[in-house]
Design a protein around this ligand. Structure first.
Ligand SMILES: [Zn+2]
Length: 370
């Protein structure tokens, strides 16, 4: 059966409404709309969705891990801004290392270019779910048709992508997968209640309606899946962790927007950093129990000490947004705020919510017990 998988980045369960997302609201009602339980993860979410493996099982969790990066080591000496270096970085990763998970350099400090590497080698279209079928995968910077890759580094908006995607519908392909990302960008920039955000929500709803209707018209007896990786919440306070640790010259650290991870050369530094972190009221150091609860992988490359912020707080500066913060964020402990995504399927399901690692079983075998 032909399957459409429409991935609406950042369209949280709580944003579905008759008013702002009428198509998704009704389509969910006529079919099945479930709350998709999200994870305390970045990269690991889509990976779990398509493989059924949690970050603790796959080791795929955040965008970067503590691992030697030879390409980064070379690029750190080239006096160009990270935004420009990101292109040769991605191309070298693809052509020299054979990676398909292509990351930008964001605002990672140069001294760390050689110390951190992508949290995974491959993008999800390399996984079994796609590889055992004929497929179209469309997500920046890849348009892949049965492993024939077209790279397009130009930032296309979702409208452009939707048009291109629809044109790819043909009789010989089983799986059609597209990721739309403009809502994620808008929510980061404006937060969850802004006028522009509402407009973007409505636009995403109309894209969903266009894609699904076109797909159903062409392939009436087909499977339709619409999902999102997480919701969003508004930022109420920024926390400058860089300021607190600037005098430590011998530690390595990675500052994601909501997670700070540390690696040490001396026990003294470790103790002092732990003391500093313990004084930050709006977050916590993950202990083994937390790691188990949130399915965090345990290796050293993920962080010797991992500090996670409470919902609504944001590290500024951080290695993603740099010195300028943003209004909305995701990537928090999922039991502390409503950050769940959606899972819509044109099939009757007797459930109100579903775990990310149950999805594969449901798509592949039609059952929920995995
Ligand atoms: Zn995001």
């Amino acid at each position: 059966m032909k399957t459409l998988i429409l991935y609406l980045d950042a369209l949280g369960y709580r944003f579905i409404s008759k008013e702002n997302t009428p198509f998704l609201y009704n389509y969910g009602k006529e079919n099945s709309l479930l709350r998709l339980k999200t994870l305390l993860a970045y990269t690991g979410i889509e990976h779990t969705f398509i493989t059924g493996e949690l970050p603790s099982e796959s080791g795929i969790w955040t965008g970067f891990v503590y691992k030697k990066n030879y390409i980064g080591k070379i690029l750190r000496f080239i006096p160009l801004p990270n935004s420009i270096l990101s292109y040769p970085y991605a191309l070298m990763n693809y052509y020299l290392s054979g990676n398909t998970y292509l990351s930008k350099l964001y605002h990672i400090p140069r001294k760390f270019f050689g110390k951190f590497n992508s949290g995974t080698k491959h993008k999800i279209w390399k996984k079994d779910f796609f590889q055992k079928r004929s497929f179209v995968y469309y997500g920046w910077p890849f348009f892949v048709q049965n492993n024939k890759v077209k790279l397009d580094f130009i930032k296309r908006n979702d409208e452009y992508k939707v048009k291109k995607f629809i044109k790819s519908f043909n009789d010989n392909t089983d799986i059609y997968f597209i990721q739309l990302v403009d809502l994620d960008k808008t929510m980061h920039e404006f937060g969850t209640v802004n006028e522009d955000t509402i407009k973007e929500l409505r636009r995403q709803d109309s894209y969903a309606s266009i894609i699904v209707n076109e797909f159903k018209a062409k392939f009436p007896d087909s499977r339709v899946i619409i999902w999102s990786d997480h919701g969003f919440i508004d930022i109420k306070e920024e926390i400058n962790i860089g300021e607190k640790i600037k005098n430590f010259k011998n530690i390595d650290y990675f500052l994601d927007s909501t997670i700070a991870r540390f690696w040490f050369k001396s026990e003294k530094d470790r103790e002092e950093i732990i003391r500093i972190l313990s004084r930050i009221r709006h977050g916590k150091i993950l202990d083994l129990k937390d790691k188990d609860k949130y399915n965090i992988p345990l290796g050293k490359e993920f962080g010797e000490v991992i500090f996670v912020l409470e919902p609504g707080y944001l590290f500024v500066p951080n290695f993603h947004q740099g010195k300028i913060g943003c209004r909305g964020m995701h990537g928090y402990m999922p039991d502390k705020a409503d950050l769940d995504g959606i899972f819509i399927i044109n099939k009757e399901i007797n459930k109100k919510e579903i775990e990310l690692n149950e999805v594969l079983g449901l798509i592949e075998y039609g059952n929920l017990q995995v």
